[in-house]
Design a protein around this ligand. Structure first.
Ligand SMILES: O=C[C@H](O)COP(=O)(O)O
Length: 251
């Protein structure tokens, strides 16, 4: 499982850089503009310059409306600014057809510019609260649009968490559908260390976190702490070892 960490500024990205050996992807966002709020192009560029070259930089394009042209242009902006993972939060899409429209535009805009870029179609575990597409529709939206990964995060950061809205067995189905479509499955939403056993067991490919590695567990007022990133990774590695041992014992 890969660890994606979301700093909200160049300063926090520098703290991520101190913990670079423990994380896999640095994800640029602007939490005060929403769960997948987009940051400025110059911030993406500065963060790209600040973190080690072998760590991919991801950028969120926003909690986007159903406006395929607008979103495609914004996604290209993130790629031009140095992001190689482009994450789109399909907030304003109420049907899978609308979501596919948006993601097709993003895939074309991004991959025409940079064929090796990685496009992530993100929905929301708490989609029922915002009238957005059903979480289990995301793998097919990603497949049909030519995206590389399907993701779930939470739209409303009010202390409720991924598993409060999409229980583990439904997350497992999400992962299964993504793998069946040859996509990576990414899960986030106030994930805590205690969730790592389940996320590992169901085969999650990427776990995205912010709050869990911020001081006091607070994604808004706390800053990312390199030691908390190291601790989180240690738990991920422990669960991965236990999972491998269990699989070996069962075979
Ligand atoms: O993409 C990951 C998100 O930033 C998760 O943030 P969170 O762990 O505070 O919900």
């Amino acid at each position: 499982m890969l660890l994606l960490i979301s700093p909200d500024s160049v300063e926090e990205a520098l703290d991520c850089a101190k913990a670079a050996e423990y994380l896999d992807i640095v994800d640029v966002k602007k939490p005060d503009e929403g769960s997948l709020g987009a940051n400025f192009p110059w911030v993406i560029r500065e963060i790209r310059d600040a973190v080690p070259a072998d760590k991919p930089v991801s950028a969120t394009v926003g909690d986007v409306p159903y406006k395929p042209g607008t979103v495609a242009q914004a996604a290209l902006g993130a790629a031009v600014s140095g992001a190689t993972y482009i994450k789109v939060g399909l907030y304003g899409c109420t049907t899978p057809e609308q979501a596919v429209d948006v993601m097709r535009g993003v895939v074309r805009a991004v991959k025409d510019y940079r064929p090796d870029a990685f496009v992530v179609a993100s929905g929301y575990a708490d989609a029922h609260r915002i009238g957005s597409v059903n979480p289990l529709a995301l793998p097919d939206i990603a497949r049909v649009s030519g995206s590389d990964a399907a993701m779930l995060d939470t739209a409303v950061k009010d202390g409720t968490r991924l598993f409060d809205h999409v229980p583990p067995e439904v997350c497992a189905e999400f992962v299964r559908l993504a793998h069946e479509a040859d996509l990576l499955a990414a899960l986030a939403g106030s994930v805590k260390v205690g969730d790592l056993g389940t996320l590992t067991r169901i085969g999650t490919d990427i776990v995205g976190v912010r709050g869990a590695v911020c001081q006091g567990g607070d994604r808004n007022t706390g800053r990312i702490q390199p030691q908390l990133v190291a601790d989180f990774r240690a738990e991920m590695d422990r669960h991965a070892r236990e999972q491998s041992a269990a699989v070996a014992a069962a075979s």
